[in-house]
Design a protein around this ligand. Sequence first.
Ligand code: DQA
Length: 143
Amino acid sequence: TTIDILNGPNLNLLGRRQPEIYGRETLADVEAACAALAAELGVALRFRQSNHEGQIIDWIHEARESAAGIVINPGAFTHTSVAILDALKAFDGPVIEVHISNVHQRESFRHHSYVSLRADGVIAGCGTQGYLLALRRVAALAA
Ligand code: DQA
């Protein structure tokens, strides 16, 4: 079983970008923690990040053939991208949406998520631990 964890724009700057909101852990730290949990759960992990909407869409298409489930933090594309929503609708396995920050506590433009129209579950405001919670959930649903 392979699980994809897909990260959207600006998440490559995690740990250095607005640390008061997103914390000091880097995306490499998050990947290492997810890899350790994946090993424990007995699933293979692909952990990816792109600042480009089309790249994320291509990875979701690839997941149709080669992943049992998707964890996605679409970053700001959460609030703008019908195209990522449509790509996820073409994926049959479980999808969990993650936000490091509590988007509902922030600006009103962060309160709406296109991706939530497809996601089986949403984790927000749990910091980077949200990725681990989402990975457990998607692995359980994909089993
Ligand atoms: C985010 C929340 C989004 O609103 C924001 O654009 C991000 C990160 C989060 O993880 O809290 O880039 O998805």
